[in-house]
Design a protein around this ligand. Structure first.
Ligand SMILES: [Zn+2]
Length: 422
């Protein structure tokens, strides 16, 4: 058995901040800039839920203050207790005035992370009101972004207090300062804010449905391929933060769900499945890409041609055209950058075998490893294992066209410009 020691304990934020500061001051590179992590504390432990009132007081929220507790209508347990009642009585007994804010779901009972929901939460915030998100990814994204927009609209006030009380280990983004929200039917990753504190109570997380924990594992697997996409984008002079092929595939599966009259599968479960696919694409690309066979001119198709293609693609699933417009808005920027970085692509081809191929190969995992990790845990391995089941036709559409939805460059972009079929 092997044990992994993380160099930094996320439960010790002061140590993490000292470590970040030391990296910055020790760096010779004047362009190096590590952003501060504006999270005051992350509590992880078997019974840390009870520390929620203490975390509020440490954040400057006095006893007697109102709290907006944001939740969806999904029943949740902690052991045998009703979690939502438990948290309300914990806070009321501590002397706070809890105002539950229930987010309503659609006809499938699902809450969507869209601006309508964000505005409802934002409207409930007043000065000295703390926000608590009691939920998993969607509730967290809605609450986080409401706090962010409230802060933006009140520049003279101290930053609002927003506490993330995660109810499942279903995604990796609880600690992120970004939110994924629907805009005109397209999933957009937007700058948002860090939580003041995160409460990761192991009793709560252990009581979450197993499928949600497995989804969290799938979301973690993203880095097995996303590092390759980051490198590729950087080497080609394109835009490169955060997630890659696996996430755009998952986002498109969500975007086309309405058209196919189905509910949404868990984000992390989709990401896990798409990570296997992306790893297979990388394996094929690394094994067979021959820069001598590349016709560079053919890698720069005309913008109007691609625009028509993107419109036709997304009008299939959204005849109104709003989704196609939103995709093209971002994608057209990527296309411009791709044209202006043509020298970088020529350089990339010239140094493929000596530099880029070995580097990419070191950053991307084999599909076998990703498959083994997910299989041993019992996580979904293909679109037919997702809940609800997603057809191969829908899945192929997402894999082939995920790169059209936003400006970040992924392997799918390069394969498209090279004329490969995926
Ligand atoms: Zn994710």
């Amino acid at each position: 058995m092997t044990t992994t020691t993380f160099p930094i304990d996320p439960g010790d934020m002061p140590a993490l901040k000292r470590w970040l500061a030391a990296q910055e001051s020790g760096s010779e590179n004047i362009h190096s800039h590590l952003h501060p992590v504006e999270i005051d504390e992350i509590l992880i432990g078997p019974d840390v839920l009870r520390q929620l009132p203490g975390a509020l007081q440490r954040a400057g929220i006095d006893l007697g203050s109102p709290l907006v507790l944001v939740m969806d209508e999904t029943p949740m347990l902690r052991g045998r207790d009703d979690l939502k009642l438990l948290v309300q009585s914990l806070l009321n007994n501590a002397g706070y005035h809890v105002r539950p804010l229930w987010l309503a779901g659609d006809h499938h009972g699902l809450v969507h992370a869209d601006f309508e929901q964000v505005q409802r939460v934002q409207a409930a915030i007043t000065p000295q009101t703390a926000l608590i998100a009691l939920g998993s990814g969607t509730v967290t994204d809605i609450t986080k972004h409401a706090a962010y927009l409230y802060d933006l609209a009140h520049p003279g006030q101290a930053r609002s207090v927003y506490i993330c009380c995660q109810t499942a280990n279903s995604v990796t983004a609880f600690s992120a300062n970004m939110a994924v929200l629907l805009k005109d039917g397209v999933k957009r990753t937007l700058p948002s804010r860090y939580p003041t504190a995160i409460i990761s109570d192991l009793g709560v997380l252990a009581s979450a449905p197993k499928a949600m924990t497995l989804a969290g594992l799938g979301d973690c697997c993203a880095r097995f391929v996303a590092y390759g996409d980051w490198y590729l984008a950087s080497a080609l002079g394109m835009v490169a933060p955060i997630s890659g092929t696996e996430h755009v595939t998952s986002h498109v599966l969500d975007m086309i769900a309405d058209h196919y009259r189905r509910g949404l599968a868990l984000h992390g479960a989709q990401v896990g499945v798409a990570t296997i696919t992306a790893a297979q694409l990388y394996q094929r690309f690394l094994a067979t890409f021959d820069p001598r066979a590349v016709d560079i001119d053919a890698c720069y198709p005309g913008a109007s041609l691609i625009r028509t293609h993107v419109q036709q693609l997304f009008r299939q699933v959204d005849p109104g055209g709003a989704m196609a417009r939103e995709c093209w808005h971002d994608y057209s920027e990527k296309l411009l950058l791709w044209r202006s970085s043509r020298m970088r692509f020529a350089h990339f081809c010239a140094h493929w075998h000596s530099l880029h191929r070995p580097k990419l190969a070191s950053l991307v995992c084999s599909p076998h490893i990703v498959h083994t990790i997910l299989a041993q845990a019992g996580a979904p391995l293909g679109c037919q294992d997702l809940q609800p089941v997603i057809t191969q036709q829908e899945y192929n559409f997402a894999v082939q066209n995920g790169h059209f939805i936003r400006k970040r460059f992924v392997l799918g972009d390069l394969l498209y410009f090279l004329g490969w079929s995926v």
